[in-house]
Design a protein around this ligand. Structure first.
Ligand code: ARG
Length: 484
């Protein structure tokens, strides 16, 4: 964390983090202006030379009427053959188009891009039919800041809120489990009055003991007029109120419980990166923190609820069981710079160890929205890890603005989000990577991003760049679900 305020606390050597390259990150591979999609040499086409029958006969020529008859027969055969060839070509063209464009016939749904087709009735029925289970992974989501539960309808290819009539916690727990949460963290289901919806999913309570999604049917009415708001975990609470923190300008030392989701990730007793707690078992960090030899879970120890690096040296920390790096992470461009860490033993939540909320789809963060970053990173470019946890308020910077020529000139991809002060002076820095960029909205704290990169630290017109968490939530849920 870089700050212009206050005397710098003692520094601790950080051997683990990656030095920031003095030059800008290279654009993504896909950013080539003229991607070469076709081979320069066209494929050779076999050419068929039509052979004319060179039948020779020593016999006297046949009488004219018979010759005309044979000739016209041959002509008809040629015409019929040509028509057949044209029809065959058309059929072949149709099949080529069909397999390239949409693998499945209109009434069927394709399993990812596997080419396997499934009928809509097999989607979201509680039985995994697709090779990778895609038919059961995207059936529920929480939408917007009120955590409105929505169910996907494969038939109409859209999401519907769930009517609160007859809903109970048992259904809520099933929906949370389907998103990758454990029932142990289940918080609540609540009815939220909302008349803005035109269609709902309703429970058919007489349907007996069948799968939740089979009990749901779409309906134009909802008697209570309330939709289900579902919380799978009590997240985003800090023991310090947001109004107090709003008064702080520049970098400051944090107090216990202020950023309870912040963790310090150690390799061989040294702080390397930050991370954020999202469940008792799962942390979010940056993919660049766990590259190469650091992708081994055994290299890491996780410290939660401790402000002081010195103090961590006397503790054993939590062991890591699994590291999942985003499959599309790109080292050069830092595209998809996000990773998940699964702990061997779950964290127990207290006042000082708590999860942050993952952003839901449909959450619009304002262009200049006030956010906060925290971490043990260097306090100036080239400095050492800070002994104490620091934090600073940073406003978000609009995507188009951050991509302008005088800022990052097109290097900000959709998986990234910029935050900081263009005047310089406040920023994240080496060692803050993987740590949280959070905002306070609707009385909870949301994880907006994970610290990723920047040119220098706190340099004017070179703000901090963070992984855009809203883009990653789907991937996070899918992986928590698949690795329970
Ligand atoms: N890549 C750095 C790390 O490994 C984080 C850098 C953030 N830089 C910045 N100017 N905001 O810790």
């Amino acid at each position: 964390m870089t700050s212009t305020l206050g005397p710098p606390p003692p520094y601790y050597e950080n051997r683990g983090f990656q030095p920031e390259p003095p030059y800008a990150a290279r654009p993504a591979a896909g950013a080539h202006p003229y991607p070469q999609l076709f081979a320069t040499n066209p494929p050779s086409v076999p050419s068929y030379i039509p052979r004319v029958a060179t039948h020779q006969s020593s016999r006297p020529a046949a009488p004219p009427p018979r010759r005309t008859c044979a000739a016209s027969l041959r002509k008809t055969i040629i015409i019929i053959l040509s028509i057949l060839i044209v029809i065959c070509c058309a059929i072949a063209a149709f099949f080529i188009w069909y397999f390239v464009e949409n693998h499945c016939l209109s009434s069927l749904i394709e399993c990812g891009s596997s080419g396997v087709c499934m009928s809509p009735s097999q989607w979201c029925d509680g039985v995994s039919d697709c090779p990778n289970g895609e038919d059961e992974t995207r059936c529920v989501r929480l939408f917007g800041p009120n955590f409105i539960l929505e169910v996907y309808s494969p038939v109409s290819k859209s999401w519907y809120p769930v009517c609160h009539d007859d809903w109970n916690d048992d259904y809520g727990k099933i929906a949370c489990k389907d998103m990758g949460y454990s029932v142990d963290t289940y918080f609540y289901s609540r009815g939220v009055p909302d008349v803005s919806f035109k269609s709902y999913m309703k429970l058919n309570t007489s349907a007996g003991n069948i799968d939740l999604y089979k009990k749901l049917y779409s309906s134009g009415s909802c008697a209570s007029g309330s939709v289900v708001s579902l919380r799978c975990i009590e997240c985003g609470l800090s023991s310090k109120s947001a109004s107090i923190m709003n008064r702080i300008v520049g970098g400051s030392g944090a107090v216990l419980g202020q950023w309870p989701w912040q963790v310090s990730l150690h390799v061989q007793g040294t702080h390397v990166c930050g991370g954020s707690i999202i469940t008792p078992h799962w942390l979010v960090t940056a993919a660049h923190c766990v590259e190469g030899r650091l992708s081994d879970p055994h290299s890491w120890r996780v410290y939660a609820g401790i402000l002081n690096q010195d103090e961590m040296l006397f503790r054993s920390g939590y062991k890591v069981q699994l590291i999942i790096s985003h499959p599309d992470y790109d080292t050069d461009s830092k595209d998809n710079d996000v990773a998940l860490m699964k702990l061997e033993t779950p964290l127990s939540f207290t006042e000082t160890v708590r999860p942050v909320c993952l952003p839901n789809p449909g959450m619009m963060f304002q262009p200049n929205q006030q956010c906060w970053i925290s971490g043990w990173g260097a306090e100036y470019q080239g400095g050492k890890t800070s002994n104490n946890l620091n934090y600073v308020a940073v406003p978000l910077i609009e995507h188009s603005r951050c991509n302008s020529v005088y800022i990052y000139n097109g290097m900000i991809l959709p998986t990234m989000i910029c935050a900081g002060d263009l005047a310089g002076g406040i920023d994240s820095c080496q060692g803050d990577s993987g740590g949280p960029l959070v905002t306070h909205h609707h009385s909870v704290w949301w994880l907006v991003g994970d610290t990723s990169w920047g040119t220098g630290c706190a340099t004017p017109n070179k703000p901090g760049v963070y992984g855009n968490m809203t883009v990653f939530t789907d991937w996070i849920y899918k992986n928590m679900q698949a690795n329970r």
